[in-house]
Design a binder for this molecule. Structure first.
Ligand code: PHB
Length: 388
């Protein structure tokens, strides 16, 4: 009796989480790409899409034995529109899996809906700690990082360089706040002190008053999180304000990734920490860079790698269940025990579904993010608050 009841409950639960369109064998796998196509993160969204599609093409256009159909939405990096956008993909377009996004605030709204509906979600950038923290779920995976990770790695480096007093500057939203928090945790452990945290609303680029404040505070160094178009402007404004060469500027590696062409000489010499660099020179990365450059006539960046690896992780999961996206537990088990053969270097996925990976210390040399060592080896996100 108890057994029958339990079975009935289990069956009901499965039905509740099954997508409305139970998939016919051999039907196309619908992939919802929810990425920014406009605004300060537009280029990042484009690189992620390119990377994802490159891996799929290398697999003959299939994942888990199923042909792929893409449905795209421009999320505009706008958290206010995120819940509607993700609901449209799930309810109107009946996607089997969602890939997205760049902006942490948008990603948190996506994770909430994914968790509530049981829809598979692959996060190819947004570092919001909560997505693999309190919001973690069996059906949510990240191929990128938590905001904590590069911040923490850079905090260790800046402390070891002997800097004592630092000012931080970033956009006031989850990614900026969490990057600074990770930095502070490691920097203070290493004996440093943060004099002041400066910020401006996302995606603002009116840096002038804040740069004047930095000049008058005279810290030993500055730590920053900016990305995309905002990062280009910040690096140029920092130099134009006469601070470059006077007060060393350090950042999470997004500051100089996918941005170097536009930043030019103003970025030369900057040190950053990230899970990718332009000069890894491994057979795996060389093959990836060549294929990407041939296909898109563009150099890849960290976002392209994360998109590529989101497809790789999805392939691992779907191959284990022959493309049946309703088998969430089996998909999760396969991804958790996999070693992902990433261009960044092979990585594993922690219990909270975030990459365990090395963070490179990079320096901008002749327009490239050159790896000059390892800032933090096999750095694990603590996954605070995650209960699967
Ligand atoms: C984020 O919002 O989490 C974010 C955005 C852009 C980046 C990195 C993180 O380059």
């Amino acid at each position: 009796m108890v057994k029958t009841t339990l079975l009935a409950v289990a069956a009901a639960a499965t039905l509740a989480f099954a997508p409305a369109h139970a998939q016919a064998p051999g039907s196309k796998l619908k992939v919802g790409l929810m990425l920014p196509a406009t605004g300060t993160f537009a280029a990042l969204g484009n690189a992620i899409e390119n990377g994802f599609k490159l891996y799929v093409t290398e697999q003959g256009g299939k994942l888990g034995g199923r042909d792929i159909e893409y449905v795209k939405v421009d999320d505009e990096s706008d958290p206010a529109k995120a819940t509607d956008n993700v609901n449209k993909l799930i309810k109107r377009d009946n996607v089997d899996v969602i890939v997205g996004t760049v902006h942490s605030g948008v990603a948190m709204a996506m994770a909430k809906v994914a968790k509530d509906t049981g829809t598979l979600l692959m996060v190819p950038n947004a570092g919001a700690d909560a997505v693999t923290g309190p919001m973690c779920a069996q059906n949510i995976f990240r191929s990128s990082f938590t905001n904590y990770q590069p911040g923490y790695a850079m905090g260790e480096v800046v402390a070891k360089k002997g800097h004592k007093n630092v000012v931080t500057i970033t956009w006031k939203y989850a990614a900026g706040d969490e990057s600074v928090k990770g930095f502070k945790e490691a920097f203070e452990k290493g004996g440093g002190k943060v004099l002041k945290d400066l910020s401006l609303p996302f995606p603002g680029v009116e840096f002038q008053a804040l740069l004047t404040e930095i000049a008058s505070l005279k810290p030993d160094a500055v730590y920053t999180f900016f990305a995309g178009g905002g990062a280009v402007k910040f690096v140029k404004d920092y130099a134009a304000a006469g601070l470059k060469g006077k007060i060393p500027l350090y950042g999470a590696g997004f500051l100089t990734d996918g941005t170097l062409e536009a930043q030019g000489a103003d970025a030369e010499g900057l040190f950053t920490a990230l899970h990718y660099a332009d000069s890894l020179n491994t057979p795996r990365d060389n093959a990836f860079r060549l294929a990407y450059a041939k296909t898109y006539k563009l150099q890849p960046d960290v976002y392209a790698v994360q998109g590529y690896d989101a497809a790789q992780m999805l392939a691992v999961g779907l191959n284990a269940v022959k493309g049946d996206t309703t088998k969430k537990a089996e998909i999760a088990a396969a991804i958790r025990k996999a070693k992902i053969d990433s261009p960044r270097g092979a990585f594993t996925v922690s219990a909270n579904h975030n990459p365990v990976q090395d963070f490179y210390l990079r320096q901008v040399v002749k327009g490239e993010n050159k790896s000059v060592g390892i800032a933090s080896k096999a750095l694990v996100d603590p996954g605070r608050g995650c209960k699967m």
